[in-house]
Design a protein around this ligand. Structure first.
Ligand code: PHE
Ligand code: ZN
Length: 881
C-alpha cells in the first residue's frame, strides 16, 4: 500500500518526459506467488533535454532482481532502485538504448487489485490509473505511448488461456508442463491500457462485420458454466459496435475484441485495448438472476468500455487532469446509446436523478472539485461523479449550444485531428470552436469552476403590452479552493405553455441570445423579454435538463400542475411533479421533527394519481413519477440541521397518504400489469414491471399486510419481481414471519450465486431504522460474506452507509463508529475501496448537531491512524477540513 507522502501533483507542473519510449517487450512467467516480469524498454533522449538528465522510472512496491543496459549488467553505481522508483544515470546523449529490468511480483498477495493479481484462480491486471508501475519500472503516465509485444509463459493445465492486448501472434509448448503465447498490439498506447489475463475460462463467441466489411472476432470469457449468462452482454456489444458506426462514424480497429469477467474488481470495468476486463456483475445476466436494472447497467457499461476504444484509447489523455476528456465524453456517448436503445425521456430522468443524488452533493460538499481539477494528492480519488457525470453534462451542453450538425462536425474534427494523440480538454473544446465558429471561452468555465450553479428565476406577464419578462440571476457557490466565481454560459431549453396547453411563440425576444428553444444565460443577472404573447403563459425552463443547475423558480402549484399535464417534454413533466412533491416532503419532514401529524396536500396527490392512471403515458415514465424524491433528495433540499429519522418518517407518511388515496388505482395497475406474458429484458417490459412493483408497494402499504408481497414473492418468475417483493417484505414488514421465510428461501435458492446474494445483503442492509446496524454486523459473519471481495463489501457495508440514512445515522453514533472500524480494516487491504466507501460521510456537516459531532468523532479516529493509505488520508483530510 502506498502510504501518504503529502505530495500534491499540480496541472501547472506538467512537462513531457525527458526520454521517449520507443518499444516495449514484456515477458511474464506466471506463478501465483512468484511471477517474473522481464521488461525490455527502448528509449532515446528527447531533443533539447539536458545530456546529464537521468532516466527516472516509476515503481510501486517493486522488487528488482536484475537490470541490464544494452544487454549488459548495469554497474550499480549508475542506478538507484527503490520500491517506488528506478533512476539510471550517465545515459547516451542521443542514441537509443535498451533497458532490461526483471522484477518479481506476488499476484496472490495483491489484495488492492491494482497491477497483476489473482481473482478466483484467474490472473488479471488492472493498470488505470497507476497500476502498471506495480508490475515493472516504467514511465507510467498517459502521455507515454508505445507499441507493446507481450510474451506469457504459464502452467498449461491451470492456464489454458493466455491473453493480452492486440492480435495473437502465436504460441507453443514450453517445457513439460508449460506453454507460452505472444501478443502484439500495433496501436501505440499508454501503460494504463495494458492488460493480461491467464487462467481457465469458458468462452462465448460471435463475430461482427464492420462498416468497411472487416470481420471482427468477439469473445467473452466467463467462469465455466456461466456462458449462457453472457448472451445479453454479447448482444449489447454488437449493438454498441453498430451504433458507434452509425452515430459517430467510428469503426473498430483490431481483428479481435475480448471481454473477460472477473469477480474481484474495484470498479465497473476497464477499457484495456482490445481486452476489456469487467466486474462480473456487469457481464452476467439471465432472467432468473438479473434485475431490469442489471440488464440496463450491463448494456450501458459494455457500451461505455467499447466506446472508449475511440474516446480514451485512440485519443487518450495527456495527463490525469484530463480524465474527463475520456470519461465525461464516453459517459455522454453511452447515455446517448442507451437513450436510443430505450426510452429517451425515461433515460434522461434516470440520469438526472443519479446526477442530483450523487454529483450535486459532491459538488456542494468538502470533496467538490472542477470537472477538470488542477491538483490532486491521489488520482484514484478523482474517478468521481463530477468527472464522469458532470463531465458528460458539459459535453451535452456543447451539443445543445452548437446544435446537432455543428456538434457532429466538431466530433469528426476531434477524431481526425487528434487520432493517436494524448490530448487535453483545450484541444477538445478547440475542435468545437473551429467547427462552429463559436467562441467557447466563457463556456469553458464549466471545466474549471466547481459547484452547482444556482439560478434564481422570476417571470412577469404584462397583459397590456403583451410581453413576458423572464429575469434570471446566477450564483455559483464557493467550493474548496475557489471562493469567487465568474458568471458562466448556461444553455437553458424552454417553452412557453399557453392556457390551453399549446406552445406560445414570441414575435420578438430581447435581452440576450435566444436560439430556437435555447436561452443563453451569460450574465450574472439577465432579463429576457418575449413580445407578442397574447395571454399569460406558463414558463417551462431547463427542459430536458439542458444544464446541470438548480433552479429557484417560485412557480405556483397551478403552474407546475399545468406543466405536469401539458409539456410535450416528458422530462419537464416529471420535473414539475418533482417540484410539486419536494415542498410537500419537506413540510412533512419538518412536521415529523416537531412531532406533528403529517397531512399530504390532496392537490399534489391528485396530480400524481392522475399520472399513475394515465394509460397514454408509458409505464416506465409513470413509475418514475411515482418514485418520489428520495430521502437524500429531501436532505439536500433541507440543506442543514438534518434529522434523517424525521425525513424518513415524513416521507413515509406522505407515501401512506398516497397509498390510501390511490388504493383503487394501485390495485388496478397491479392487476393489469401482472399478467404481462413471457419475460423480456427490454425497456418496455422493464417499464411494466417497474410500475407493477411500485403499485404493489403502495398497495401493501394501503392494506398494511405482507400477504401481497409474500404472494408476489412466491409467484415471481424473474429476479426483478422476486427482489422487489423481497424488498417490500423486508423494508415494510421486517419482523413478519413471511419476511423471515422469504429471506431464508432466497438465501437457500441462490446459495451458490454470489452476485445474487449481493442483493440479499443489500436488501437487508437497507432496512430502515436503528436496528439495522446489528443486522449488518450479523450478516458480516455470514459464510456468504467475503471481506476481500469489493462487490460483497459494497453490497453490505457500502449500501448500509450510502443507502440507509436512518440506520447509518442512528442518533447514538454507533454506526459511525462501526463504519470507522471497517474503513481502518479495509484500508490496508484495499485503499481504493476504503476511500470510496469513506465518501459516504462527505455530507456530515448537514446533520443536526448531535449526529454531526458523532460523525466528526468517527472521522477523527480514522484521521488519527498513523498508517493510512494516501487514498484514505486524502479523503479524510478533505472531509474534515
Ligand atoms: N476507466 C474505467 C472506465 O470508465 C474505470 C476505471 C478506472 C476502472 C480505474 C478501473 C480503474 O470505464
Ligand atoms: Zn470510462
Amino acid at each position: 500500500m502506498r502510504t501518504d507522502t503529502g505530495r500534491i501533483v499540480h496541472l501547472a507542473d506538467y512537462r513531457p518526459t525527458d526520454f521517449v519510449l520507443e518499444r516495449v517487450d514484456l515477458t511474464f512467467e506466471l506463478d501465483p506467488t512468484e511471477t517474473k516480469v522481464e521488461a525490455r524498454l527502448i528509449f532515446h533522449r528527447r531533443e533539447g533535454v539536458d545530456a546529464a538528465a537521468p532516466l527516472v522510472l516509476d515503481g510501486d512496491d517493486l522488487t528488482m532482481t536484475s537490470l541490464l543496459f544494452d544487454q549488459i549488467e548495469l554497474d550499480p553505481a549508475r542506478y538507484t532502485a527503490t520500491p517506488e522508483s528506478l533512476t539510471i544515470r550517465d545515459l547516451p546523449e542521443s542514441t537509443p538504448f535498451e533497458i532490461t529490468v526483471v522484477t518479481m511480483i506476488n499476484p496472490e498477495a495483491n489484495t488492492q487489485l491494482m497491477g497483476l493479481y489473482r481473482s478466483n484462480g484467474i490472473y488479471c491486471t488492472q493498470c488505470e490509473a497507476e497500476g502498471f508501475r506495480r508490475i515493472t519500472y516504467f514511465p507510467d503516465r498517459p502521455d507515454v505511448l508505445a507499441v507493446y509485444t507481450i510474451n506469457i509463459i504459464a502452467d498449461k493445465a491451470a492456464n489454458p488461456l493466455l491473453l493480452s492486448n492486440g492480435n495473437f501472434l502465436g504460441g507453443a509448448g514450453f517445457g513439460p508442463d508449460k506453454h507460452f503465447a505472444a501478443w502484439f498490439d500495433p496501436h501505440p498506447k499508454p501503460s494504463y491500457l495494458f492488460a493480461l489475463v491467464a487462467g481457465d475460462l469458458g468462452i462465448v463467441e460471435d463475430t461482427f462485420t464492420t462498416m468497411s466489411g472487416r470481420e471482427v472476432a468477439l469473445k467473452i470469457y466467463v467462469e465455466h458454466g456461466k456462458e449462457p449468462r453472457a448472451a445479453y452482454a454479447m448482444d449489447a456489444l454488437k449493438r454498441s459496435m453498430k451504433w458507434d458506426e452509425e452515430v459517430f462514424g467510428r469503426e473498430y480497429d483490431l481483428d479481435i475484441f475480448m471481454i473477460v469477467a472477473v469477480s474481484d474488481f474495484n470498479m465497473g470495468a476497464m477499457e484495456n485495448k482490445g481486452l476489456n476486463i469487467f466486474n462480473d456483475k456487469y457481464v452476467l445476466a439471465d432472467p432468473e438472476t438479473a434485475t431490469d436494472q442489471d440488464y440496463a447497467n450491463i448494456e450501458a457499461i459494455i457500451a461505455h468500455e467499447y466506446f472508449h476504444n475511440w474516446t480514451g484509447n485512440r485519443i487518450t489523455c495527456r495527463d490525469w487532469f484530463q480524465l474527463c476528456l475520456k470519461e465525461g465524453l464516453t459517459v455522454y456517448r453511452d447515455h446517448e446509446f442507451s437513450a436510443d436503445m430505450r426510452s429517451r425521456s425515461v433515460k434522461r430522468i434516470a440520469e438526472v436523478r443519479y446526477l442530483r443524488s450523487e454529483q450535486f452533493p459532491e459538488d456542494a460538499g468538502p470533496l467538490a472539485h472542477p470537472v477538470r481539477p488542477s491538483k490532486y494528492r491521489e488520482i484514484n480519488n478523482f474517478y468521481t461523479t463530477t468527472v464522469y457525470e458532470k463531465g458528460s453534462e458539459v459535453t451535452r451542453m456543447i451539443a445543445t449550444i452548437l446544435g446537432r450538425d455543428d456538434f457532429k462536425k466538431g466530433m469528426d474534427l476531434y477524431f481526425e485531428r487528434h487520432d493517436g494523440d494524448a490530448a487535453t480538454v483545450e484541444d477538445f473544446v478547440k475542435c468545437f470552436e473551429d467547427a462552429s465558429g463559436r467562441d467557447l471561452t466563457q463556456f469553458s468555465l464549466w471545466y474549471h469552476q466547481a459547484g452547482t450553479p444556482q439560478i434564481t428565476v422570476s417571470s412577469s406577464y404584462d397583459a397590456g403590452a403583451k410581453t413576458l419578462t423572464l429575469s434570471l440571476e446566477q450564483m455559483i457557490p464557493a467550493t474548496p479552493g475557489q471562493s469567487a466565481k465568474e458568471p458562466m454560459h448556461i444553455p437553458l431549453r424552454f417553452t412557453l405553455i399557453s392556457e390551453n396547453g399549446s406552445e406560445a411563440s414570441a414575435s420578438a425576444i430581447s435581452g440576450g441570445d435566444v436560439t430556437g428553444d435555447v436561452l443563453h444565460l451569460t450574465e450574472r443577472a439577465q432579463s429576457f423579454t418575449f413580445s407578442g404573447i397574447g395571454s399569460r403563459p406558463v414558463v417551462s425552463l431547463n427542459r430536458g435538463f439542458s444544464a446541470p443547475v438548480t433552479l429557484h423558480f417560485s412557480q405556483s402549484a397551478e403552474d407546475r400542475g399545468h406543466i405536469a399535464r401539458h409539456d410535450s417534454d416528458l422530462f419537464a413533466r416529471w420535473q414539475a411533479i418533482t417540484d410539486l412533491a419536494l415542498p410537500a416532503l419537506i413540510d412533512a419532514a419538518k412536521t415529523a421533527r416537531d412531532g406533528g401529524t403529517v397531512a399530504a396536500d390532496p392537490a399534489f396527490v391528485d396530480v400524481l394519481l392522475a399520472v399513475a392512471a394515465d394509460e397514454a403515458l408509458e409505464p416506465a415514465f409513470r413509475a418514475q413519477a411515482l418514485s418520489l424524491p428520495s430521502e437524500a433528495d429531501i436532505a439536500r433540499e433541507l440543506g442543514g440541521n438534518n434529522d434523517p429519522d424525521a425525513i424518513h418518517a415524513g416521507r413515509q407518511a406522505v407515501l401512506s397518504a398516497i397509498a390510501t388515496a390511490g388504493a383503487d388505482v394501485f390495485r388496478k395497475l397491479h392487476a393489469t400489469h401482472s399478467a404481462s406474458g413471457p419475460f423480456s429484458p427490454d425497456a418496455a417490459g422493464a417499464g411494466k414491471r417497474a410500475l407493477k412493483n411500485l403499485a404493489l408497494s403502495f398497495l401493501s402499504l394501503a392494506e398494511n399486510t405482507p400477504a401481497l408481497a409474500a404472494e408476489a414473492f412466491a409467484k415471481a418468475d424473474n429476479m426483478t419481481d422476486l427482489s422487489q417483493a423481497l424488498t417490500i417484505l423486508a423494508h415494510r414488514f421486517p419482523d413478519a414471519e413471511e419476511t423471515k421465510q422469504a429471506l431464508t428461501a432466497f438465501e437457500t435458492r441462490f446459495a451458490s450465486n454470489a452476485l445474487v446474494l449481493d442483493k440479499w445483503f443489500t436488501i437487508q442492509a437497507t432496512i430502515p431504522g436503528a436496528a439495522s446496524l446489528d443486522r449488518v454486523k450479523v450478516l458480516m459473519t455470514s459464510p456468504h460474506f467475503q471481506p476481500t471481495n469489493p462487490n460483497r463489501v459494497r453490497s453490505l457495508v457500502g449500501t448500509f452507509a450510502f443507502g440507509n440514512a436512518t440506520g447509518f445515522n442512528r442518533a447514538d453514533g454507533a454506526a459511525y463508529a462501526f463504519f470507522a472500524e471497517q474503513i481502518l480494516a479495509i484500508d490496508p487491504r484495499n485503499p481504493q475501496l476504503a476511500a470510496r466507501l469513506l465518501t459516504a460521510l462527505r455530507s456530515w456537516r448537514l446533520l443536526e448537531a448531535g449526529r454531526a459531532d458523532k460523525a466528526r468523532a468517527a472521522l477523527a479516529t480514522i484521521e488519527a491512524s498513523a498508517t493510512l493509505s494516501t487514498d484514505v488520508r486524502d479523503i479524510v483530510d478533505r472531509i474534515l477540513k
